[in-house]
Design a protein around this ligand. Structure first.
Ligand SMILES: [Zn+2]
Length: 229
């Protein structure tokens, strides 16, 4: 099994390179026993997610935001830096990274080019990095930040209680089903197939960054610290 060198508290390390050789980075805050993982920028045309992740990271760095002691939080603000650089959903090979993970239900079939799953499961370097990251970190929970016209707390795995705790703070509906099938997604790979509670926070598409940050900061913090062990 592949493994990664994980960063120490307060440090950021590269964990791999994208298709176009951009650095993919992982930061760590805290030294508690519970590893939580926050991911942004899987879809490069959803800046609501990666801008939130970057601001959250910055506030942890400058001390304006603090984590409970039981948590070690790992943040990968831009998993798809090539897509983020050109405001494109997919990676540089036109693959939807949230359809490319090696799940049991992965399929080469797709209905819309936006959801092109790649030619084989886990074919993309960004997907390999995701798999290695999860295997190395063994996170207690994962949260991935996206945006959608129907804002919601999409939860995968046995974690309605986690989604409900976040909902108290941000007012969004918890939903286990986003409304269409998502083979090869992180929720299926980690949440359903590996029993790692996984939240896909769908921030309202087009919401201004300041508004998104005020609405979700508390919910994200509560979610990342929800599990005590
Ligand atoms: Zn998305």
């Amino acid at each position: 099994m592949a493994s990664l060198t994980l960063p120490d508290h307060g440090k950021t390390l590269p964990i791999g390179k994208s298709t176009r050789q951009a650095s993919i980075e992982l930061a760590r805050f805290g030294q508690g026993p519970v590893n939580s993982l926050l991911i942004g920028g899987v879809h490069g045309d959803e800046p609501e997610g990666y801008l939130f992740a970057e601001r959250f990271k910055k506030e942890l760095e400058d001390g304006s935001l603090q984590l409970p002691e039981h948590v070690s939080l790992f943040i990968c603000p831009r998993l798809n830096p090539d897509g983020c650089a050109v405001d494109r959903r997919t990676n540089a090979r036109n693959v939807d990274l949230n359809r490319n993970l090696p799940t049991k239900d992965w399929t080469v079939d797709f209905t819309n080019p936006r959801y092109f799953p790649g030619l084989s499961a886990g074919s993309e370097v960004e997907s390999e990095i995701t798999v290695t990251l999860i295997e190395s970190l063994k996170p207690t929970m994962i949260m991935s930040l996206h945006s959608y016209e129907h804002a919601m707390i999409n939860y995968n795995g046995d974690c309605l209680d986690l989604a409900e705790a976040m909902a108290k703070s941000n007012g969004l509906p918890p939903k286990s089903d986003i409304g269409y099938p998502t083979p090869g997604s992180l929720g299926t790979y980690a949440g359903w197939e590996r029993a790692i509670p996984t939240i896909t926070l769908e921030i309202l598409r087009g919401q201004l960054p300041d508004d998104a940050y005020s609405q979700h900061k508390g919910a994200v913090l509560d979610g990342l610290a929800f599990y005590k062990k």
